[in-house]
Ligand binder design. Structure first.
Ligand SMILES: C[S@@+](CC[C@H](N)C(=O)[O-])C[C@H]1O[C@@H](n2cnc3c(N)ncnc32)[C@H](O)[C@@H]1O
Length: 346
């Protein structure tokens, strides 16, 4: 990716991902899109640092360590310096410290709000009691704690323990999402780099991946604490090369969940991923609940996004494979990427 393409990526991200959701990151990403020195630093840093989220998290990690007081004041104390300038200054002064972070860390945002989408999607499945759920691209496994979260769907009801520490609000803009608990016998978190939030650096990196001005900081901390106590079973591996072996080692129906994970795979791997799930379905059904950007779950029919203000919605899909092939695929809903709203199709 050359400088012009990088610049376009950052300005697109500013307009499409940040506007209407994170004014701080909207300003920062726009400033980066116009700054040749920062763009060149990214070009010269061998990583998947093309994605704006990685640099944003790497800088936020420094802020959380107390290394960037000016940005700390802007992010957390309503400081009114120009955030674009402060961010660029930080990057240019800390290139030597940032480069190793960009080359060793991944964007592993783990957004607990996504359980608001997963709960009704899982409730649509007719599962046998011995189903195993594998969350692919689980990061720290936060979404696997869904049954310990309280989700408020407004007039449509609530889910989970009333006094749960993790509390999520999801506005249902259309339709009637089902809210029953799904019968999952066992669940596994699968990731190329599972995060163990019992380690302080990993705990802080998970916080660093959260956008500071979106009101998610406290809820994420509560979710990280929940995950630290959850004793989740993690398997480390690649979603394309290693997942098939894990799936063939599990007997009985499989539920695969992916939430904003496959989009990080090379585009040509999206088809391979679905072929692998079909392959795993020769002896039992495989159900895939996907919450991904449009086009990523290749078997889903395309469906026009509802006209909702803010970043484009995530496509929530349900895809079933049986006897080695696709047997059903439907778009269940369009949802906010962090679970703030849902447009459910009855
Ligand atoms: C943006 S995070 C999403 C985490 C979580 N699913 C959520 O919704 O909050 C993407 C995750 O996908 C994982 N990932 C990316 N490419 C992968 C691959 N090829 N194999 C396995 N995991 C992968 C990353 O390590 C990261 O934890």
């Amino acid at each position: 990716m050359n400088r012009t393409e990088r610049s376009t990526l950052w300005s697109y991200f500013s307009e499409k991902e940040c506007r209407g959701y994170s004014p701080l990151y909207e300003q920062i990403t726009l400033a980066v899109s116009k700054n040749e020195e920062v763009l060149d630093f990214l070009i010269n840093t061998p990583s998947d640092g093309a994605h704006p989220n990685l640099l944003l998290a790497a800088v936020h990690d420094r802020v959380l360590q107390g290394l960037e007081p000016e940005l700390y004041e802007i992010y957390y104390q309503n400081g009114n310096s120009d955030v674009g300038d402060a961010f660029i200054k930080c990057v240019l002064q800390s290139q030597n410290e940032l480069a190793p972070v960009l080359t060793t860390r991944y964007v592993q945002t783990n957004e607990i709000g996504r359980v608001a989408s997963l709960i009704p999607a899982l409730a649509t499945l007719q599962l046998a009691e011995n189903a195993t759920l594998v969350d692919v691209g689980c990061s720290a496994g936060l979404t696997l704690t869904r049954d310990h979260c309280f989700v408020d769907y407004g007039a449509h009801g609530t889910y989970g323990p009333l006094h749960a520490e993790v509390r999520i609000q999801c506005d249902v803009l259309h339709g009637n999402p089902p809210l029953a608990q799904t019968c999952i016998a066992d669940q596994i978190g699968f990731d190329r780099n599972p995060i163990d939030v019992r380690h302080p650096d990993d705990y802080r990196w998970m916080q660093a991946c959260v956008w500071p001005d979106t009101g998610r900081t406290e809820r994420t901390k509560a979710a990280l604490n929940l995950a630290a106590d959850a004793d989740t079973k993690f398997v480390k591996g690649d979603a394309i090369t290693d997942l098939p072996a894990l799936l063939s080692s599990i007997a009985g129906p499989l539920v695969i969940t992916t939430t904003w994970a496959l989009v990080y795979l090379p585009r040509e791997m999206w088809t391979v991923f679905s072929q692998n799930l079909a392959e795993a379905s020769h002896s039992r059904p495989v159900y895939w609940i996907s919450a991904e950007a449009a086009g990523v779950a290749v078997d889903l029919p395309s469906k026009e996004l509802p006209d909702v203000e803010g970043p484009p919605g995530t496509v929530l899909g349900s895809i079933t494979y049986e006897n080695g092939k696709l047997s059903d695929a439907k778009v269940l809903a369009h949802v906010h990427s962090h679970g703030k709203w849902m447009w459910w199709y009855d």
